[in-house]
Write a protein that binds this ligand. Structure first.
Ligand SMILES: [Zn+2]
Length: 358
């Protein structure tokens, strides 16, 4: 794995490689873009490339076995040849990418690098010894600040990747701010975030913002195929994904649920909406994805229509957009979804149409 494993973000990767090449890496960076566009993967690759030593990693050869004292016929062991201990070979001299073979790269790849830490709600649950929470708390950021004060153990840089930083509560952001204001030398904090507005202005102003655009459909398809999805299904999901691997995964799950519905079943919409997650945060995200799919379908129908049909789809588009806006408020997501699906069905767009590519 190196930057070549990141597909569909060529401009962004080029910018990051230029930073590595220049040696002027800012102490705080924000990787901003829609969910499922490769922000975290790129942050991990950037941390790896930054700490790559480009020097071959040699395991020390094991000492030869001692001769068995009871074996009288054992030949005397030859004196071990003097180990010339050559200096480590330079593997890869491109400073803008990782070599994938030095000790630092091997540890980064195994997720066990002592100087690269991923801070997310899973890490927090283990660190605070409590169930996983939707928020990143002040105690977790205090731990990050404390660790930032220590020297790196293996490499030149200590890198913290705060994943999905919109989960940081304001007090936690304030605690993090101290590290961003006076970064200890050799410290890099990368926040990955899909909504910049969830971060304090003081955090934004101290960070170098790297934008991640939506992935081209062809890249989504290639990535899905590399993950084992068969080509026709990968193409269908890529068309529904709006450039996000997360949306592609959600669409894949919906595809499964929707294909299990009987098209003539009068209660199919209610059966489908009853399958929404209990967790309201997850339910809201799923409803938003479904409404986005519905909007894409309605726009396609609107483009193809004329006359009174066009007027009908214009009204449906307006109505679905209104419902999509409401999904950001504290409402019953199940009711919202049922309303949108019923109104669309009345205008001729059925739930089973959602899984057909536009
Ligand atoms: Zn390396």
């Amino acid at each position: 794995m190196s930057f070549s494993s990141i597909l569909g973000q060529d401009k962004t990767v080029k910018r990051l490689r230029a930073l590595l090449e220049s040696g002027r890496v800012p102490p705080a960076m924000i990787f901003h873009g829609a969910p499922g566009t490769g922000k975290f993967l790129t942050a991990a690759e950037f941390a790896k490339a930054l700490n790559c030593s480009h020097l071959a990693h040699r395991e020390r050869p094991a000492a030869p076995p001692l001769p068995d004292e009871n074996d009288l016929f054992a030949a005397a062991a030859p004196a071990p040849a003097a180990d010339p201990e050559p200096g480590p070979a330079i593997l890869h001299s491109d400073p803008s990418d990782s070599c994938g073979a030095c000790l630092s790269c091997l540890q980064a790849q195994s997720g066990a690098h002592p100087d690269i830490r991923v801070v997310d709600t899973v890490f927090q649950a283990a660190f605070l010894d409590e169930p996983e929470s939707a928020n990143l708390k002040i105690d977790t950021m205090r731990e990050l600040t404390r660790w930032a004060q220590q020297k790196p153990m293996l490499s030149r840089w200590k890198v913290f990747i705060v994943r999905d930083a919109e989960a940081l509560v304001p007090q936690a952001q304030n605690a993090l701010l101290k590290t961003l204001e006076e970064p200890p030398p050799g410290t890099l904090v990368i926040l990955t975030v899909s909504k910049k507005t969830s971060l304090l202005a003081t955090i934004l102003s101290r960070s170098c913002i790297i934008e991640f655009g939506r992935l081209p459909d062809a890249s989504v398809k290639t990535i899905l195929e590399a993950q084992g999805t068969e080509p026709a299904r990968a193409a269908a999901l890529a068309a529904l994904a709006t450039g996000s691997l997360e949306k592609a995964a959600e669409a894949g799950a919906f595809l499964k649920q929707i294909s299990a519905l009987r098209p003539g079943d009068p209660s199919k919409i209610f059966k489908f909406s009853a399958g929404l997650p209990r967790d309201s945060h997850k339910a809201r995200e799923e409803v938003k994805t479904l409404l986005d799919l519905l909007l894409a379908k309605t726009r396609a129908a609107w483009r193809a229509a004329d006359g009174s049909l066009k007027t009908k789809f214009t009204a449906l588009l307006r109505r679905t957009l209104d419902l999509r806006r409401m999904a950001d408020r504290n409402v019953s997501y199940q009711l919202l979804l049922e309303t949108a699906l019923l109104e669309s069905e009345r205008a001729g767009i059925k739930i089973e149409d959602l899984v057909k590519p536009a």
